[in-house]
Design a protein around this ligand. Sequence first.
Ligand code: UDP
Ligand code: MG
Length: 314
Amino acid sequence: MKHPDISVVIPVYNEADTLPILCERLFKSLDALGRTYEVIFTNDGSKDNSLAVLKGYHEQHPDTVRIIDFHGNYGQHMAIMAAFEKSRGRVVINLDADLQNPPEEIYKLLEKIDAGHDYVGSYRDSRKDNVFRTYISKFMNWIRASITDIHMRDQGCMFRAYSRHIIDKIVASHERSTFIPALGYKFAINPAEIEMRHEPRAAGESKYSLYHLIRVSFDLITSFSLVPLQLFTLFGMVVSLGSGLLVFYMLLRRLFIGPEAEGVFTLFAILFFLISVVIMGIGLVGEYLGRVFQSLSQRPRFIIREMVENKTEG
Ligand code: UDP
Ligand code: MG
């Protein structure tokens, strides 16, 4: 199939237990749509037998199932990126492998595409993750919403549909540590958002630690906004103005009243605070510098060990 209607893109990292249920439900829902489709799985360096399971599905459906086998673990977003590059569908749908996004709801995304939207995002009705995660993610959503011009209700929900022109732009931008839903949103002309059912993971556990969640949000913010740097500069300006006035006042005081020696600890407190701000600022500059460094490097973003697909017909 050279140009199917739909490409479904699924990153897979140690999901051997969920894949059989996923595939059963996915193929059923896709067949029910009555459109042509392909399913691209990226095996992101799984250490269990996910790859073997996937190859089994390729043998059953040689024309529709394609597998990208990564050389190592490059992360969910790179896995999706690689699948985007290989995708040929008119519409590309991204889905998690753990069944938190029910494949039966794919038709809802397509309805919106058919209604003329080129990007359909989704937000989770009531999240089935633990309370702590839900709040961290709400907080990160709030920061993103305040300092970038990316408007989405739920940045953590990957269940989205992208039309061809957006996929082509995402692929052409060759971004590295990017956040795909936000990048897609940037290129969208007429985006829409719908509510989606969210389910608990079918099996296994989340591949993300708290550290990773925070990293992803940092990446999202530093690759789509310079506001943190600008706020930092502004803060620096305000502090210098304040301390300039203080120096002036101290000078006058010394001339007219005499030297003063009390309030040493208050001074220390202020100093420590300012030092912490400076350290944070260095870290912040480092984040942006790291981004520049990464995008200047000529190293490939990911290495594909093998592409499992029906070559005769592609
Ligand atoms: N995933 C991946 N590479 C990774 C981590 C995760 O391809 O390094 C895949 C994983 O198999 C799943 C999706 O990304 O299909 C989302 O992962 P997970 O469910 O662990 O994230 P959460 O739902 O907890 O945010
Ligand atoms: Mg999940």
